[in-house]
Design a protein around this ligand. Structure first.
Ligand code: ZN
Length: 232
């Protein structure tokens, strides 16, 4: 499989694969979670040891091939940059998790791109924004789609858009702020979100991962992000 490392910036998994041939850490935060996730999806990464070895790489490549081109992303942060900077001045130091507040089977037979187009239309036509408010979206099957470019300030949380990335999990309709993750979201989404966060942490100095409900009296994303992060 051909992976063009220069003309496309990439999502979490593709980004890791693209690091081939350049110096990359053999271990990084979240790698064990990715290995656990690969195991659950029947892509055997070898031992869950937090080491990015040949078997983990092969399993990620197999997953990528199985998922097709949906993981290819539009231009985001410059490759090799030490941080993601928005609007030329706000370094990204936080990721904020959201949900789309849609039902589990919403647009079930549609491609992720069509769902993202619908959410973009809500944001642009009904809220009057210039683009979709989120930077990343994760479908029920774990597929990842880009929203607004990471180098642009998002529109996803009042008074906290500068220097943050908004990540939206599809689903979460009727969820409560204190629900366990698995009540409203899938195992594949759990894996994809952890992989995406690990990737973002390699590209910018993330000091905090939070949920929308920590910044506003809302249920969104429909679970406690701090508890989810520690696996509680
Ligand atoms: Zn939200």
């Amino acid at each position: 499989m051909e992976i063009n490392t220069e003309s496309h910036s990439c999502g979490a998994i593709l980004h890791i694969l693209n690091s081939k041939g350049r110096p990359m850490p053999k271990a990084f935060p979240g790698l064990r979670d990715i290995q656990r996730g690969l195991t659950l999806l029947n892509f055997n990464p070898g031992p869950i040891d937090g080491q990015f070895g040949a078997r983990t790489e092969a399993a990620l490549l197999a997953l990528l091939q199985a998922r097709g081109p949906a993981l290819e992303q539009r231009e985001s942060a410059p490759r090799g940059a030490a941080s993601i900077v928005q609007a030329g001045k706000y370094t990204v130091r936080e990721a904020i998790i959201h949900c789309s507040d849609t039902r589990p089977l919403w647009m079930d037979n549609a491609a992720l791109e069509a769902k993202v187009a619908d959410i973009r239309r809500w944001h642009m036509q009904e809220r009057g924004w210039r683009d979709i408010g989120y930077h990343w979206l994760i479908d029920r099957d774990g597929k990842l789609a880009p929203g607004r470019a990471e180098t642009e300030i998002g529109a996803h949380v009042i008074d906290r858009n500068q220097g943050t990335l908004g990540i939206c999990l599809l689903g979460g309709h009727g969820a409560a702020a204190t629900d366990p993750f698995e009540r409203n979201f899938t195992r594949a989404q759990d894996i994809a979100l952890r992989a995406l966060l690990a990737d973002i942490k390699r590209r910018t100095p993330i000091a905090r991962v939070s949920g929308h409900n920590e910044w506003a009296p809302k249920a969104c994303p429909g679970f406690s992000v701090p508890l989810w992060l520690i696996g509680a």
